[in-house]
Write a protein that binds this ligand. Structure first.
Ligand code: KG4
Ligand code: ZN
Length: 335
């Protein structure tokens, strides 16, 4: 089955074709992402109406481009998957409208996908994928969650952030140190030049039991350190490194606890912050020390993309699930 996947929940237009007839990473026949970052940069954040309009402009050309790269005619598609939420309502409606119309015109099933389930399952697209049960860490701009995955579609929330998501903490901290939007990857790049231990920030909520997170206090600590510093380039890099180490260490401690609680040694990581080099190394080291492994999608599939939606949709379609013809999205939606 060849499934077209469409992602448009925020500021990335993603399209992909996943082919269930091919093993592992080969199943991803083609994928393309158009990022709206430049469009929103001057506003310092995503402007919902501009996002919707840009999805309208980019989605159909990307569908054509992706099908051409996959070497497929549109008539060879067996199903269409699209992100139905959570996300920006207007942006979601563009993807849902195109997906449902295409499915109707081609007389193939369409299936709504939860954006975070897409992220969660993305590591399973790679070669040698882990099989449930395992523990998933979802770390994006909007979510930080630890989930026990008992099977595809069988998820138990173990812990989540009580305030800012990890990606949001990266973005806000970057902003207060004067880095351009979107700050997360820029802050991570700057941290590479920072000296470990030059600044030490707290590891929030690790001194008591539990699997919840709180990242909002960290940015206040960084703000104070930044205001009291000489604001040189080296200091900025040192603070960035101190912040990154605090987030990475906090995530690693909680992942370790979640594995203990779930009786597992496999941690599966996804979402934009999963692209962070230091987080990947730290979690691999933690999992290896207990004889298990940490699994990630390649960095390009950590951030928003159509491939994860095509893949999650293909699993649902293969299980016989699909939806009626109505165009319906769910901007706020628990997984
Ligand atoms: O999953 P994603 O693309 O979008 C959401 O669903 O939120 O995640 C975006 C988030 C942003 O907050 C971005 O700053 C963060 O992921 N991010 C990173 C890195 N790359 C992206 N944070 C830290 N280090 C990175 N290398
Ligand atoms: Zn996302």
């Amino acid at each position: 089955m060849k499934v077209l996947g469409i992602e448009s929940s925020c500021d990335e237009t993603g399209v992909a074709v996943y082919d269930t007839g091919l093993p592992g990473a080969a199943g991803l026949r083609a994928h393309a992402v158009y990022s709206q970052i430049a469009l929103h940069a001057e506003y310092g954040g995503v402007v919902p109406e501009l996002a919707s309009r840009d999805h309208v402009r980019k989605l159909l050309p990307l569908v054509r481009q992706t099908l051409a790269e996959a070497g497929l005619g549109v008539g060879e598609i067996d199903g269409v998957a699209y992100t139905a939420g959570p996300g920006l309502v207007g942006a979601l409606l563009v993807g849902a409208g195109v997906a449902r119309s295409l499915a109707w015109a081609l007389d193939v099933p369409a299936v709504a996908v939860h954006h975070m389930e897409g992220h969660l399952l993305a590591p399973l697209m790679e070669d040698d994928p882990p099989q449930p049960p395992f523990v998933a860490l979802l770390v994006s701009g909007g979510h930080t969650q630890l989930v026990a995955v008992d099977g595809i579609g069988r998820y138990r929330l173990l812990g989540e952030t009580l305030d800012d998501a990890a990606g949001e903490a990266f973005d806000k901290t970057a902003k207060l140190m004067g880095l351009p939007y979107p700050g997360g990857p820029q802050l991570a790049a700057l941290a590479e030049q920072g000296r470990p231990g030059a600044y030490r920030f707290s590891r929030p909520m690790t001194d008591r039991p539990g699997l919840d997170f709180s990242f909002s206090g960290l940015k206040t600590q960084v703000l104070l350190a930044w205001q009291q510093s000489d604001r040189s380039d080296q200091t900025r890099a040192d603070i960035a490194r101190g912040f990154e180490d605090a987030v990475v260490e906090t995530l690693a401690i909680k992942c370790q606890r979640a594995l203990d609680a779930a009786g597992s040694d496999v941690i599966v990581v996804s979402g934009g912050v999963g692209a962070n080099r230091r987080l990947r190394a730290r979690l691999q080291e933690m999992a290896a020390a207990r004889g298990g492994r940490a699994c990630f999608p390649r960095p390009a599939l950590c951030t928003d993309n159509g491939a994860m939606i095509a893949f999650a949709g293909a699993l649902r379609l293969a299980a016989g699930q699909h939806d009626g013809p109505a165009v319906h999205v769910t901007p706020r939606w628990d997984m």
